[in-house]
Design a protein around this ligand. Sequence first.
Ligand code: SDX
Length: 429
Amino acid sequence: MTESLTVRDNRTGQEYDVPISEGAIKAKDIGAIKADDDSPGLAIYDPGFVNTASCRSAVTFIDGEKGILEYRGYPIEQLAESSTFLEVAYLLINGALPSKAEYEQWVHDITYHTFVHENVKSFMEGFRYDAHPMGMLMASVGALSTFYPEAGVIGDADNRMIQIIRMIAKMPTLGAWSFRNAQGKPFVYPDNELSYTANFLSMLFKMSESRYEADERLVKALDTLFILHADHEQNCSANAVRSVGSSQVDPYSAVAAGIGALYGPLHGGANEAVLRMLRRIGSKSEIPAFIEGVKNGNEKLMGFGHRVYKNYDPRAKIIKKACDDVFDVTGVNPLLEIAQELEKIALEDDYFVSRKLYPNVDFYSGLIYEAFQFPPEMFTVLFAIGRTPGWLAQWLELTQDKEQKIARPKQIYTGDRGLDFTPRDQRWA
Ligand code: SDX
């Protein structure tokens, strides 16, 4: 069986052999198909890139039908069970698990880059008390590009790596300070004696005590949540990072674009939307009416559905289990019962079954975050902290991919053509 298509253009009767490679055909081969020498070649029209591969990548593998997720070939279930977020970050960035020496150096480097310039602190203090933390995070990450102007030299491997270390290290500091600003509380500086995730909790919740001691079970649960969010191949925000990064801008500006994409309710903002949805439903008795509203198209069942997973999101399964560990410490979130009943009803209802809508990573994560006493507007900040190594692994791969070019899609033009301009005084006479 030859790995190719034979395409016949019925406008000209000409046939074209289009090679198939790695499960895809190249758009440029379709571009060679023309009605005549003066016409442009055919383009591929694919809103939302539902069936378009933008790159070749070795970072993350997803099988949506089978509910499989692997980072650099390692199943998410094994990493969530036995790894740490910083080890997973090293794996995503470097493509292999670290040796003991490599891991210790990596943890040291990240630990000692958690501080930000004092001007970033005063910049963040300038936001209103009710500024959404995601808006603050996006702005402050973008602002970091002005503190490290050398970050734009993306062709230098050592320079790329120091910016990657800085961003992974500083994201929790910026995330925590976005939270403290909304709370009207003083910003807490990083405590380099603490682990990455314990330090994040300290910067969030420390008050007058000399050292904030988080419950180890909560530290482990949050570290696992960061692992589950660390990457997800070419999702909307990774695509934003790659698209902006393709102009060869610095990685802070590219990641700021990714944060902007993640902010949206259809993407990372869904975890916040799920919590608000569950609060609005209020009780199990209200679920049937809510489901009817969704089926009538009034709104979406937030936390359900996925572009790739047409089966249960493997991360949702792990998070659902992590709920138990967290609730052992914090007490059960009363909204859990509503979420479980909602899931049960949806998974039996043909509207959702026929559309292959299952719980995704955002459906249960908000319940855990709320149990940590995070307000809903902080949930997507937690997602962004976890996703930072993934964004940077995708960006790093982009910078070294000889096939990549600046992102500049085509369009199908539907507007007017060749109109004559009438000056204002004539138009308005
Ligand atoms: C994340 O891409 C990633 O990998 C993202 C992510 C990551 O780790 O980076 O996994 C994180 O963003 C998870 C998704 C979080 N978003 C939500 O939970 C918001 C609710 N979900 C939907 O908006 C939706 O399912 C998307 C955005 C996630 C996927 O949308 P698609 O692939 O474009 O699918 P679609 O909108 O074309 O939906 C197909 C059908 C439509 O019905 P019909 O027009 O055919 O009648 O399913 C319906 C949709 O209306 N549908 C839903 C629904 N999701 C899809 N109906 C009700 N509730 C929903 N949640």
